[in-house]
Design a protein. Sequence first.
Length: 274
Amino acid sequence: MNAPSPSHLLADARTPAAASLSIILLSRGGAYTAGMTELNELASRLQTAMDAAGKSVQLVTAAYVDRAQPTLMEALDLCANAQTILILPVMVPDEASLRRWLHKLIMRWRAGQQSAQQPMPHIVFGQPLLQLQGLTELLTRTVDDALRQPDVPEVLGDDPWEHDPKGWSQVPDHQHHVLWCVGPRCAAKGALQMWPALTRAIRETPALKNSVQPLQTGCQFPCNHGPLMIVYPDGVWYGPMNAESIAPVLTRHVQDREVDEALHVHGPRCLQPN
Protein backbone atom coordinates (compact mmCIF):
# COMPACT_ATOMS: atom_id res chain seq x y z
CA MET A 1 0.00 0.00 0.00
CA ASN A 2 1.47 3.33 -1.06
CA ALA A 3 1.94 6.02 1.54
CA PRO A 4 -0.05 9.23 0.93
CA SER A 5 1.80 12.12 -0.63
CA PRO A 6 2.70 15.11 1.56
CA SER A 7 0.11 17.20 -0.28
CA HIS A 8 -2.61 14.78 0.80
CA LEU A 9 -1.38 14.96 4.36
CA LEU A 10 -1.98 18.71 4.34
CA ALA A 11 -5.62 18.43 3.36
CA ASP A 12 -8.59 17.03 5.22
CA ALA A 13 -11.64 15.40 3.69
CA ARG A 14 -13.85 18.47 3.68
CA THR A 15 -15.07 20.16 0.51
CA PRO A 16 -15.08 23.79 1.61
CA ALA A 17 -17.19 26.49 0.05
CA ALA A 18 -15.53 28.33 -2.82
CA ALA A 19 -16.40 31.63 -1.15
CA SER A 20 -13.93 30.85 1.63
CA LEU A 21 -10.84 30.39 -0.54
CA SER A 22 -7.53 32.19 -0.19
CA ILE A 23 -4.60 31.76 -2.59
CA ILE A 24 -0.89 32.16 -1.91
CA LEU A 25 1.47 32.68 -4.86
CA LEU A 26 4.71 31.22 -3.50
CA SER A 27 8.07 32.25 -4.94
CA ARG A 28 11.74 32.47 -4.06
CA GLY A 29 12.80 35.89 -2.86
CA GLY A 30 15.48 38.15 -4.30
CA ALA A 31 17.49 41.23 -3.57
CA TYR A 32 15.53 43.50 -5.92
CA THR A 33 12.08 44.98 -5.52
CA ALA A 34 11.04 44.75 -9.19
CA GLY A 35 10.34 41.02 -8.99
CA MET A 36 8.34 41.49 -5.80
CA THR A 37 6.29 44.22 -7.46
CA GLU A 38 5.53 41.96 -10.42
CA LEU A 39 4.42 39.11 -8.15
CA ASN A 40 2.13 41.45 -6.20
CA GLU A 41 0.66 42.67 -9.49
CA LEU A 42 0.12 39.06 -10.59
CA ALA A 43 -1.68 38.35 -7.32
CA SER A 44 -3.92 41.38 -7.92
CA ARG A 45 -4.68 40.31 -11.50
CA LEU A 46 -5.49 36.78 -10.37
CA GLN A 47 -7.91 38.05 -7.74
CA THR A 48 -9.62 40.25 -10.35
CA ALA A 49 -9.83 37.36 -12.83
CA MET A 50 -11.24 34.99 -10.20
CA ASP A 51 -13.90 37.54 -9.23
CA ALA A 52 -14.78 38.15 -12.89
CA ALA A 53 -15.22 34.40 -13.38
CA GLY A 54 -17.61 34.26 -10.44
CA LYS A 55 -15.11 32.41 -8.26
CA SER A 56 -15.08 34.38 -5.06
CA VAL A 57 -11.73 34.61 -3.29
CA GLN A 58 -11.13 36.12 0.12
CA LEU A 59 -7.51 36.97 -0.60
CA VAL A 60 -4.76 36.40 -3.16
CA THR A 61 -1.34 37.22 -1.74
CA ALA A 62 2.30 36.76 -2.66
CA ALA A 63 4.69 34.96 -0.31
CA TYR A 64 8.35 34.04 -0.38
CA VAL A 65 10.32 30.99 0.70
CA ASP A 66 13.40 33.09 1.43
CA ARG A 67 15.02 36.54 1.10
CA ALA A 68 11.77 38.55 1.09
CA GLN A 69 8.51 39.16 2.91
CA PRO A 70 5.84 38.12 3.52
CA THR A 71 7.16 34.69 4.40
CA LEU A 72 4.97 31.66 3.90
CA MET A 73 4.17 31.61 7.64
CA GLU A 74 3.10 35.27 7.50
CA ALA A 75 0.94 34.59 4.44
CA LEU A 76 -0.68 31.63 6.17
CA ASP A 77 -1.51 33.90 9.09
CA LEU A 78 -3.15 36.34 6.66
CA CYS A 79 -5.22 33.51 5.20
CA ALA A 80 -6.00 31.71 8.46
CA ASN A 81 -9.71 32.52 8.42
CA ALA A 82 -10.30 30.88 5.03
CA GLN A 83 -11.70 27.38 4.86
CA THR A 84 -9.29 26.53 2.04
CA ILE A 85 -5.78 27.84 1.43
CA LEU A 86 -4.38 27.05 -2.01
CA ILE A 87 -0.61 27.46 -2.39
CA LEU A 88 0.45 27.95 -6.01
CA PRO A 89 4.24 27.65 -6.49
CA VAL A 90 5.45 30.13 -9.11
CA MET A 91 9.17 29.43 -8.64
CA VAL A 92 11.51 27.64 -11.04
CA PRO A 93 12.80 25.04 -10.61
CA ASP A 94 10.76 23.10 -8.07
CA GLU A 95 13.06 21.32 -5.58
CA ALA A 96 11.73 18.13 -4.00
CA SER A 97 13.72 18.64 -0.78
CA LEU A 98 12.45 22.19 -0.43
CA ARG A 99 8.88 21.04 -1.05
CA ARG A 100 9.18 18.40 1.69
CA TRP A 101 10.44 21.01 4.12
CA LEU A 102 7.61 23.38 3.18
CA HIS A 103 5.13 20.62 4.02
CA LYS A 104 6.75 20.24 7.45
CA LEU A 105 6.60 24.02 7.93
CA ILE A 106 2.89 23.99 7.18
CA MET A 107 2.31 21.11 9.59
CA ARG A 108 4.02 23.14 12.31
CA TRP A 109 1.87 26.14 11.44
CA ARG A 110 -1.25 24.01 11.70
CA ALA A 111 -0.10 22.69 15.07
CA GLY A 112 0.10 26.30 16.23
CA GLN A 113 -3.41 26.88 14.98
CA GLN A 114 -4.61 23.88 16.97
CA SER A 115 -3.00 25.19 20.15
CA ALA A 116 -4.75 28.52 19.56
CA GLN A 117 -8.03 26.66 19.08
CA GLN A 118 -8.50 28.12 15.61
CA PRO A 119 -10.58 26.36 12.94
CA MET A 120 -8.34 24.16 10.83
CA PRO A 121 -8.11 25.30 7.18
CA HIS A 122 -7.91 22.88 4.28
CA ILE A 123 -4.43 23.44 2.76
CA VAL A 124 -3.40 22.18 -0.67
CA PHE A 125 -0.43 22.70 -2.99
CA GLY A 126 -0.85 23.36 -6.69
CA GLN A 127 1.34 21.78 -9.34
CA PRO A 128 4.89 23.14 -9.72
CA LEU A 129 5.05 25.80 -12.40
CA LEU A 130 7.08 23.76 -14.92
CA GLN A 131 4.70 20.83 -14.56
CA LEU A 132 1.54 22.75 -15.40
CA GLN A 133 -0.56 21.32 -18.21
CA GLY A 134 -0.65 23.66 -21.19
CA LEU A 135 2.60 25.43 -20.34
CA THR A 136 4.34 24.17 -23.49
CA GLU A 137 1.42 25.30 -25.64
CA LEU A 138 1.43 28.72 -23.95
CA LEU A 139 5.13 29.17 -24.64
CA THR A 140 4.62 28.09 -28.24
CA ARG A 141 1.98 30.80 -28.70
CA THR A 142 4.37 33.44 -27.40
CA VAL A 143 7.08 32.69 -29.99
CA ASP A 144 5.50 34.65 -32.83
CA ASP A 145 4.80 37.64 -30.58
CA ALA A 146 8.37 37.57 -29.27
CA LEU A 147 9.87 37.46 -32.76
CA ARG A 148 8.02 40.64 -33.66
CA GLN A 149 9.80 42.54 -30.90
CA PRO A 150 12.59 45.00 -31.85
CA ASP A 151 16.26 44.22 -31.42
CA VAL A 152 17.91 44.78 -28.04
CA PRO A 153 17.64 48.56 -27.51
CA GLU A 154 20.73 50.70 -27.36
CA VAL A 155 21.76 52.28 -24.08
CA LEU A 156 19.81 55.46 -23.53
CA GLY A 157 21.45 58.75 -22.65
CA ASP A 158 25.18 59.30 -22.37
CA ASP A 159 26.05 56.05 -20.57
CA PRO A 160 28.86 54.43 -22.64
CA TRP A 161 27.89 50.79 -23.08
CA GLU A 162 31.53 49.80 -23.71
CA HIS A 163 32.64 50.60 -20.14
CA ASP A 164 31.29 50.25 -16.61
CA PRO A 165 31.73 52.94 -13.93
CA LYS A 166 35.17 52.98 -12.30
CA GLY A 167 33.59 52.55 -8.89
CA TRP A 168 32.53 49.04 -9.83
CA SER A 169 36.19 48.00 -9.73
CA GLN A 170 36.99 49.50 -6.33
CA VAL A 171 36.98 47.29 -3.23
CA PRO A 172 35.22 48.98 -0.24
CA ASP A 173 37.15 49.76 2.93
CA HIS A 174 35.06 47.54 5.21
CA GLN A 175 37.12 45.39 7.57
CA HIS A 176 34.32 42.95 8.42
CA HIS A 177 31.54 41.24 6.54
CA VAL A 178 28.43 40.08 8.36
CA LEU A 179 26.72 37.22 6.53
CA TRP A 180 23.05 37.13 7.51
CA CYS A 181 21.28 33.94 6.49
CA VAL A 182 17.89 34.42 4.85
CA GLY A 183 17.56 30.85 3.59
CA PRO A 184 14.16 29.17 3.91
CA ARG A 185 14.55 27.89 7.47
CA CYS A 186 16.14 31.04 8.90
CA ALA A 187 13.50 33.10 7.09
CA ALA A 188 10.81 30.98 8.74
CA LYS A 189 12.40 31.78 12.10
CA GLY A 190 12.18 35.53 11.54
CA ALA A 191 15.52 36.37 9.90
CA LEU A 192 13.91 38.65 7.33
CA GLN A 193 12.10 40.65 9.98
CA MET A 194 15.42 41.07 11.82
CA TRP A 195 17.38 42.34 8.80
CA PRO A 196 16.38 46.00 9.41
CA ALA A 197 17.64 45.67 13.00
CA LEU A 198 21.03 44.51 11.67
CA THR A 199 21.41 47.33 9.15
CA ARG A 200 20.18 49.88 11.71
CA ALA A 201 22.69 48.63 14.30
CA ILE A 202 25.52 49.09 11.80
CA ARG A 203 24.28 52.47 10.62
CA GLU A 204 23.74 53.90 14.12
CA THR A 205 26.82 52.48 15.90
CA PRO A 206 29.99 54.52 15.22
CA ALA A 207 32.26 51.51 15.81
CA LEU A 208 30.41 49.56 13.11
CA LYS A 209 29.28 52.15 10.58
CA ASN A 210 32.39 52.34 8.40
CA SER A 211 33.91 48.94 9.12
CA VAL A 212 31.08 46.42 8.67
CA GLN A 213 29.32 45.40 5.47
CA PRO A 214 26.11 43.34 5.94
CA LEU A 215 25.30 40.75 3.28
CA GLN A 216 22.30 38.47 2.93
CA THR A 217 23.07 34.84 2.05
CA GLY A 218 21.23 31.69 1.14
CA CYS A 219 21.11 28.66 3.42
CA GLN A 220 24.24 28.11 5.51
CA PHE A 221 22.99 24.61 6.56
CA PRO A 222 23.13 24.43 10.40
CA CYS A 223 19.47 25.48 10.36
CA ASN A 224 18.65 24.44 13.93
CA HIS A 225 20.93 27.24 15.13
CA GLY A 226 19.19 29.90 13.06
CA PRO A 227 18.70 32.74 12.60
CA LEU A 228 22.43 32.69 11.84
CA MET A 229 24.91 35.58 11.77
CA ILE A 230 28.47 34.88 10.58
CA VAL A 231 31.22 37.47 11.04
CA TYR A 232 34.21 37.43 8.72
CA PRO A 233 37.19 37.46 8.40
CA ASP A 234 37.16 35.91 11.89
CA GLY A 235 34.78 33.12 10.82
CA VAL A 236 32.62 33.19 13.96
CA TRP A 237 29.07 31.86 13.68
CA TYR A 238 26.37 33.14 16.05
CA GLY A 239 22.85 31.88 16.65
CA PRO A 240 20.02 31.76 17.27
CA MET A 241 19.95 35.53 16.89
CA ASN A 242 17.10 37.84 17.77
CA ALA A 243 16.57 41.54 17.12
CA GLU A 244 17.78 42.54 20.60
CA SER A 245 21.02 40.53 20.46
CA ILE A 246 22.31 41.80 17.10
CA ALA A 247 23.79 45.16 18.15
CA PRO A 248 25.48 44.04 21.40
CA VAL A 249 26.92 40.83 19.92
CA LEU A 250 28.24 42.59 16.82
CA THR A 251 29.62 45.59 18.73
CA ARG A 252 31.34 43.30 21.22
CA HIS A 253 32.84 41.28 18.37
CA VAL A 254 34.07 44.18 16.22
CA GLN A 255 34.94 46.83 18.81
CA ASP A 256 35.93 44.78 21.87
CA ARG A 257 37.17 41.71 19.97
CA GLU A 258 35.23 39.37 22.24
CA VAL A 259 33.02 36.44 21.26
CA ASP A 260 29.59 36.09 22.82
CA GLU A 261 29.81 32.61 24.33
CA ALA A 262 26.06 32.23 24.83
CA LEU A 263 25.37 32.57 21.10
CA HIS A 264 28.61 31.05 19.75
CA VAL A 265 27.89 28.25 17.26
CA HIS A 266 31.17 27.69 15.43
CA GLY A 267 34.59 29.21 14.89
CA PRO A 268 37.27 30.70 17.14
CA ARG A 269 36.39 31.72 20.66
CA CYS A 270 39.35 34.11 21.01
CA LEU A 271 39.90 36.99 18.57
CA GLN A 272 43.04 38.84 17.62
CA PRO A 273 43.10 42.51 18.72
CA ASN A 274 42.36 45.12 16.06
